[in-house]
Design a protein around this ligand. Structure first.
Ligand SMILES: C[S@@+](CC[C@H](N)C(=O)[O-])C[C@H]1O[C@@H](n2cnc3c(N)ncnc32)[C@H](O)[C@@H]1O
Length: 361
């Protein structure tokens, strides 16, 4: 699994706890899927999942882990990776851009990426097989990168892991869920909201940090459109124009409102924290338009950038961050006649760490 700011790695247990407490749920959408961590644990738990993200690399990850069922794709994936491991290295676009103009990977690993990526392109694979190969390559590159977890700047000194040799591993595909097939989509969240499901899970960006800007190298690797780049980090030219409304303080609430109002599901679960662009009171009012609102919260360590402070491009510390912890919220909107049943089924004493939090107004 790639390093990803905002990944719900440590919160997924709480999300699952809440989804399980909603009765009659078999199909779930994850409208901002990122690494697909949430969809993966839902699929494992037997739910049929629709994972969606508007970035190509996130859609690729979802095609691999959510759409591709193990029983259909495992063997073909294993033989494909065996073949790809034998591909000779090739010094090309990736090596030049991300290993010389910038220094995210060592050139020896960059050339492995170029060779394998060109070979995948030539093979004309079915979408699931292609996604398995590309996800394996992205995860392999992530294991030998020299970043702090975002592609905004590289480390001054090579990270020790960057000296390792890039190695393709077979992604842990999941068997088809008991509730039926799962799917990956690459849509704007407002469009994906129209997919009819029993429960929609929303994990939008919380603030100004653009996922395309932070993970542009993965977008370029997966699209393989070899775009012109700018700046020390060699960002794709379209980072200047492809913006998410959720990264804009004045527009985020309206964008979220459109998605929330467009959701075709009786239950809606939403992740947000107490530092994001939409405050708790506005969030509760927005969700109240759909039904009853319950809130769960948990103290959470902030992302690694916040832990180590603010640095300039030479690695010199130029600022510090006020708080190392924040509060992660899970908002649940459900039909009023389901509230008692939901509260009877929820088990907040489990390991998730989430506690019921009284409505703020
Ligand atoms: C907080 S992250 C989701 C993290 C994910 N739950 C995980 O555990 O990895 C938000 C995601 O929303 C996606 N996104 C941003 N704006 C979007 C939009 N308008 N439509 C669809 N996806 C969007 C980003 O690409 C990013 O992957």
């Amino acid at each position: 699994m790639i390093k990803y700011i905002g990944s719900k790695r440590k919160l997924v247990e709480g999300i699952l706890m809440v989804v399980r407490a909603c009765s009659g749920v078999r199909t779930v959408s994850d409208l901002f899927s990122g690494t697909s961590r949430v969809g993966i644990s839902l699929k494992k738990a037997g739910f049929a999942v629709h994972a969606n993200d508007h970035l190509a690399f996130a859609h690729c990850i979802a095609t691999c882990y959510i759409q591709a069922d193990r029983e259909t794709w495992w063997e073909r994936g294993v033989s494909l990776l065996e073949e790809l491991r034998r591909t000779p290295p090739k010094d090309g676009y990736f090596t030049e851009t991300f290993c010389r103009k910038s220094r995210f990977l060592q050139p020896k690993n960059g050339a492995r990426v170029d060779g394998i990526r060109e070979r995948i392109e030539e093979m004309g694979l079915e979408p699931e097989l292609r996604a398995i190969a590309l996800t394996s390559l992205m995860e392999a590159a992530d294991r030998v990168d020299s970043t702090t977890g975002v592609h905004m700047a590289y480390l001054k000194q090579w990270a020790p892991r960057a000296f390792n040799t890039l190695e393709l591993r077979m992604p842990e595909l999941l068997p088809r869920a008991e509730a039926g097939p799962s799917f990956a989509h690459c849509l704007e969240a407002a469009d994906a909201a129209e997919i009819e499901v029993d429960l929609a899970y929303l994990d939008p960006p919380y603030n100004q940090h653009s996922y395309l800007g932070n993970y542009h190298m993965w977008e370029s690797l997966i699209r393989w459109d070899k775009p012109s780049v700018y700046g020390v980090a060699c960002k794709r030219e379209d980072c200047r124009s492809r913006k998410s409304l959720f990264n804009s303080k004045p527009r985020a609430f309206q964008a979220l409102k459109e998605v929330v109002e467009g959701v075709h599901a009786p239950y809606l679960v939403l992740s947000f924290n107490d530092e994001g662009y939409v405050d708790r009171c506005s969030m509760e009012s927005l969700l109240a338009s759909r039904g009853e609102v319950l809130v769960f919260e948990k103290e959470h360590r902030r992302y690694v950038g916040a832990q180590i402070g603010i640095h300039d491009l030479q690695g010199k510390k130029v600022g510090s961050v006020g708080s190392l912890k924040n509060r992660e919220m899970l908002y649940v909107s459900l039909p009023s006649h389901q509230v008692d049943r939901f509260l009877g089924r929820i088990n907040v004493s489990g390991a998730s760490g989430f506690q019921v939090s009284p409505r703020s107004h």
